[in-house]
Design a protein around this ligand. Structure first.
Ligand SMILES: [Zn+2]
Ligand SMILES: [Zn+2]
Length: 256
């Protein structure tokens, strides 16, 4: 089993060696480190780079050297990847960065909505319900555009809005179908993301309803724990394994 989505101290996770040791102990065949990588010139991205110290666009070569020197100490495949923020209209800057960086694969994410992070409960809770509904529609438009851009091997947490209690429950079957059609025509595969299974949200991305619609289009899935700390790598690997077994999934191998 392969976990294609973890983080290290090159963004907001634990030390590489701790993550690899945890992945090995969890019995994984391979793990991908997909640190947050912001190459966008948008004000939101500039602010996030600055305030969170997300500098992986400038440090990925150093991390690559670290992965190369650590690789032999662990009995598992290790992938050099990135979780890259996507925004419609910025395809060329992402494309040229990815061409230069030459990662094993790239994970694309829509994290920005209405000038805020999709996670920001207070920001969205302060908006009228009609506006929140519009923004959920906007989120799925951005996701369709991400998938159609063909920039990424994996699309992370494809219904991230569900994680936010102020945006939860507004997604529609039409939106799921539109996204599923886009995946059916793209090299990009959606991710089964376990990042909040053992936390407040308590579910996988995508929801069972969305997962079912994606299944009707014959879409395959990559597995990602979205683990940020070494202690959660093993438990989330168990969750992903159980999800794959229950749903008869034959997970995608986007590193190939
Ligand atoms: Zn993410
Ligand atoms: Zn992540």
């Amino acid at each position: 089993m392969y976990d294609y989505h973890t983080h290290s101290t090159y963004s907001d996770g634990d030390y590489l060696r701790s993550m690899f040791a945890a992945a090995e102990a969890a019995g994984l065949d391979g793990v991908g480190v997909a640190d947050h990588c912001m190459v966008l010139s948008t004000e939101w991205a500039r602010r996030t780079r600055r305030e969170y110290g997300f500098n992986f666009d400038a440090t990925y070569e150093r991390r690559r050297e670290a992965i190369d020197s650590l690789r032999d100490r662990f009995d598992l495949e290790i992938f050099d990847a990135a979780e890259v923020d996507y925004e419609p209209g910025h395809e060329e800057e992402i494309r040229s960065f990815l061409a230069d960086a030459d990662f094993d694969y790239a994970v694309g994410s829509v994290h920005a909505l209405d000038g805020a992070n999709v996670h920001a409960v207070d920001h969205f809770a302060a908006l009228p319900e009609s506006r929140r509904r519009e923004l959920v529609a906007r989120y799925f438009e951005k996701l369709v555009s991400l998938v159609e851009s063909e920039l990424f091997e994996i699309a992370a947490h494809p219904d991230l809005v569900e994680r936010n209690s102020a945006l939860r429950g507004y997604a529609t079957r039409e939106q799921y179908e539109r996204v599923a059609d886009a995946f059916a025509d793209s090299r990009t595969v959606p991710e089964v993301n376990a990042g909040r299974v053992r936390r407040d949200y308590g579910r996988f991305h995508p929801t069972p309803e969305f997962f079912e619609v994606l299944g009707t289009r014959g879409v395959s899935f990559a597995l990602g724990s979205d683990a940020h700390d070494a202690d959660s790598v093993g438990p989330l690997a168990d969750e992903l394994r159980a999800f794959a077994d229950e749903n008869g999934l034959d997970p995608a191998r986007p590193d190939r």
